[in-house]
Ligand binder design. Sequence first.
Ligand code: NAD
Length: 437
Amino acid sequence: MSATKTELVNRLNNKQATIGIVGLGYVGLPLMLRYADIGFRVLGLDINQKKVDDLNQGLSDIEHIPHEKVAKAITQGFSATTDMSRSKECDALILCVPTPLNSYREPDLSFVTNTMDALKPHLREGQVISLESTTYPGTTEEELLPRIEESGLKVGESIFLVYSPEREDPGNPNFETRTIPKVAGGHTKACLDVGIALYQHAIDQLVPVSTTKAAEMTKLLENIHRAVNIGLVNEMKIVADRMGIDIFEVIDAAATKPFGFTPYYPGPGLGGHCIPIDPFYLTWKAREYGLHTRFIELSGELNQAMPAYVLGKLMDGLNSHGKALSNSKILVLGIAYKKNVDDMRESPSVQIMELIRDKGAALDYSDPHVPVFPKMRAHKFDLSSVEISAETLVGYDAVVLTTNHDRFDYDLIKQHAKLIVDTRGVYRQPADHIIKA
Ligand SMILES: NC(=O)c1ccc[n+]([C@@H]2O[C@H](COP(=O)([O-])OP(=O)(O)OC[C@H]3O[C@@H](n4cnc5c(N)ncnc54)[C@H](O)[C@@H]3O)[C@@H](O)[C@H]2O)c1
């Protein structure tokens, strides 16, 4: 074992190491809290000055992470900075930056490469770099490795490189960072050893794999599995609906099978930063190998068709009440991409809102987690969340239930809405004014 590796592993094992979390978002922030909680000094590095200022004042910008937790981390030695040269203070640098698609639906690795370029001049012997952002197999070797080695350091000897995908599930009360098993691959055996030393205090169960590529592919398999199965149930939903069968009843019945079946639920389309996006990282990379990822494309097609399917159901419902959408007033319920969170990224509710607006309808939304429609790169609405009451509900020709937050009063909605388009299977009992979509 090289002296550098031994020293770094010892510093990690003794919790003398400083952990740098680069990118303090949905993934980076919980990880920061975990390392602070178990006694490490943590330095947060982010390019967003406002976020850094807020965090240094003990303020969280993520709804399900309370301010008190950030404030407590500060007392445990956490601070945040936009000064990337301070990365020198860190023994570990864990990269949690975004990996979106560009407008051609191709991987946009600019956040990862910009981060690495910003860190490069400050890298030093005895550090471990771990990439957590979801990405295609080969990213760590093709994008991080050469940048690190340009600094003159030798990966596996004087500096260590790991890929370890994040499996955060925001808003899921059953799991926390510690209890979600974590996959890790090293560029060399020594890199993996250091990676294990880095994560073993923070995570109950580590799952080492043989290469960084295997770890990158593992994360994609998980998310592709989900995207494909959601595509399947969305197709089954349409067939079941035409046959007069309730797909939710069918899924619940199938889920009683104790082996070989995992329930997935249909909905208004895919949302969030992961499932609609990550599969296409593999599609793009597979082309380099002359391969087509047909399951990914097919499920993408099915899932992306859901907002238009919901719109069709809404228009049918209004039509049966003798109304046209263009003359109607519509309330969209739940605009975050999934229940009980405030995350709007890729939310299919927003696409549905745009389709409704394009048809000329008057539109409002209600979402207890999103009080004001936020600034988004590609979408704009000057709207604030409408408070739901018996009086407000009767003012709408239809409500479209797109995100089933627990904080909605579903009985009140059922009692007072003239027409409900339910995309989430909230209302299982058939009623004349409820349409499943
Ligand atoms: N959100 C999830 O539930 C989730 C789950 C698993 C994996 N992931 C993956 O984790 C990665 C991060 O996702 P997220 O949801 O935390 O993103 P996010 O947008 O919430 O946070 C990213 C943070 O990185 C910062 N940042 C951007 N460029 C930077 C740079 N050059 N240097 C330093 N900081 C920079 C941003 O300011 C932001 O604070 C993505 O690859 C995503 O696919 C996300």
